[in-house]
Write a protein that binds this ligand. Structure first.
Ligand code: DGP
Length: 115
């Protein structure tokens, strides 16, 4: 656990969150500043600063993030109409919290253009 990391503190239960999924390796909870009716963050319990820190051999972890997001999209009822998955990486990528997280966003029409 990284002491100063907000998401590590959520994993540790030190900061409350609206958890929608958890298993031994991952946690998913509702974003505190939702950009759409459904906005969930899926994170590994272990501290990985960003997607840029992923290494060869972590394919399973990276893939699980997407599978969990897809399962949650179905559970949230947004899979049929569509949804968006986003990983911001680093400062120019718009990453604010330095703990790898996948945004699952849906429940409204998304702008087709990115950025
Ligand atoms: P990013 O820009 O990709 O680093 O997005 C970080 C997201 O994390 C942002 O949408 C707001 C959310 N967030 C920040 N702090 C908290 C928190 O304490 N609880 C929850 N649930 N979400 C948070």
């Amino acid at each position: 656990m990284a002491e100063e990391c907000i998401f590590c503190r959520i994993v540790a239960g030190e900061i409350p969150s609206d958890i929608v999924y958890q298993d031994g390796d991952f946690l998913a909870f509702r974003d505190i500043m939702p950009k759409a009716p459904t906005h969930v963050l899926i994170i590994p319990r272990t501290h990985i600063t960003s997607a840029a820190e992923l290494t060869e051999g972590q394919e399973k972890l990276a893939g699980r993030l997407i599978i969990i997001a897809k399962n949650l999209a179905e559970k949230e009822g947004i899979a049929e109409n569509g949804f968006r998955l986003v990983i911001n990486c680093g400062s120019e990528g718009g990453q604010i919290v330095p703990h790898l997280h996948l945004h699952l966003i849906g429940g409204r029409q998304m702008d087709a253009k990115l950025g």
